[in-house]
Design a protein around this ligand. Structure first.
Ligand code: ADP
Ligand code: MG
Length: 368
């Protein structure tokens, strides 16, 4: 098992800097997922780690050794891409053995053993003699993963490996990748995706990237429950957290947040935060909102759209802010467009952010 450590890693293409000094400490055996909007630098970061791109500044260590100048092969990594990149004229077996044979990486018998072991792990033994065209998309991607396994890498890198699969196969292959991590006795894995569910379910820790910076690193549920800033708050979770402009006033042992339309909520337990008061934002997740009466309302407004999804109903509500907010209510909810409704949320589900977008932390949450 090998750790991967990045210290102030920068990447420039000519005059354009796309990674602005990334610090990351990936532990041996960890499953780390990079998420972020398209173009934020996920693939570039992965390619820098793989050695497919030079580092412009900073230090990259794998297994405690600086590898800035090492070739991809010397780094002991294997990479799986979105496009499976199999050789169409070679059987599954030959596709998996080819790289090893080419690199004279082991005797014929050893290579055979490694191919068969990988095929067993991925349950593709029955297809070893087939050509890729006789496989489904999911099976092809398993061959590509198998080819990576035969190299016995210290670190696996995956760049959106499931993006070309249909929804059902994506779920199945995702579960297989989770199992693979266990079967490989915790080989370090770094996985890029833009899929929330993949990130939440696979990751030991998620790295949220934005415009070539790291916004936050943490366990999936930690990022969900306690985002550092507005960007992470709105990136993790679907539909995204509702954010409303608010005026924040410290009042003794609480903070009172007043939202545009004059409604206000006192949040106890925020005592001891460094907040000076002033402009900020109130955040509440769609799933933390519930219908209520006037006395308990956090938000009041009119229904603009109802989306029944079966197990939940998404209700969009105009509360006088720039955008409608959305509530995710359990089951089937019958509401007409234009209906006046009131919504509440438990105080401990409400998040506050300062004008700079940074989370206002409670003493309790900081201690957690
Ligand atoms: P992501 O994988 O998060 O969608 P990328 O890492 O592919 O993002 O790209 C990050 C940024 O770097 C983008 O703005 C992209 O246009 C730029 N970029 C990527 N590769 C190159 C390249 N070879 N030359 C110039 N710019 C590049
Ligand atoms: Mg990419």
């Amino acid at each position: 098992m090998a750790g991967v450590k990045l210290t102030k890693v920068k990447k420039r293409y000519g005059a354009v800097e796309v990674l602005h000094g990334i610090d990351l400490d990936i532990r041996p055996g960890e499953f780390v997922v990079f998420v972020g909007p398209s173009g934020c630098g996920k693939s570039t970061l992965l390619r820098v780690i793989a050695g497919l791109e030079d580092i412009s500044a900073g230090t990259l260590e794998i297994d405690g050794r600086v590898v800035n100048e090492a070739t991809p092969k010397e780094r002991g990594i294997a990479m799986v891409f979105q496009s499976y990149a199999l050789y169409p004229h070679m059987t599954v077996y030959d596709n998996m053995a080819f790289g090893l044979t080419l690199e004279k990486n082991g005797s014929k018998a050893e290579i055979d053993k490694r191919v068969r072991e990988a095929a067993k792990i991925l349950q593709i033994e029955p297809y070893l003699d087939r050509l890729p065209k006789a496989l489904s998309g999911g099976q092809r991607q398993r061959v590509a993963i198998g080819r990576a396994i035969t190299r016995n890498p210290k670190v696996f890198l995956f760049d959106e490996p499931l993006s070309n699969l249909d929804a059902a196969l994506r779920v199945q292959t995702r579960i297989e990748i989770a199992r693979l991590h266990e079967k490989m006795h915790g080989t370090t894995m770094i996985y890029v995706t833009h899929d929330q569910v993949e990130a939440m379910t696979l990751a030991d820790r998620i790295v949220v990237l934005n415009k070539g910076h790291v916004e936050q690193v943490g366990a999936p549920l930690k990022l969900y429950a306690d985002p550092d800033n507005l960007f992470v708050a709105q990136f993790i979770g679907s539909p995204a957290m509702n954010i409303l402009p608010a005026t924040l006033e410290p009042t003794g042992d609480a903070i009172r947040a007043r939202i545009g339309s004059g409604q206000s909520v006192a949040l106890p337990g925020l005592a001891g935060s460094s907040l000076q008061g002033g402009k900020g934002h109130l955040g509440v997740r769609p799933e933390d909102l519930a219908l209520t009466d006037e006395a308990n309302a956090l938000l009041s407004g009119t229904v603009t759209l109802v989306e029944p999804l079966g197990e939940v109903t998404l209700v969009y509500v105009d509360v006088g802010a720039a955008e409608p907010i959305v509530a995710k209510l359990p089951g089937a909810v019958h509401l007409d467009r234009g209906a006046a409704i009131r919504l509440k949320a438990e105080a401990d589900k409400i998040r506050l952010f300062g004008e700079d977008g940074r989370a206002v932390r409670t003493a309790r949450r900081l201690a957690a």
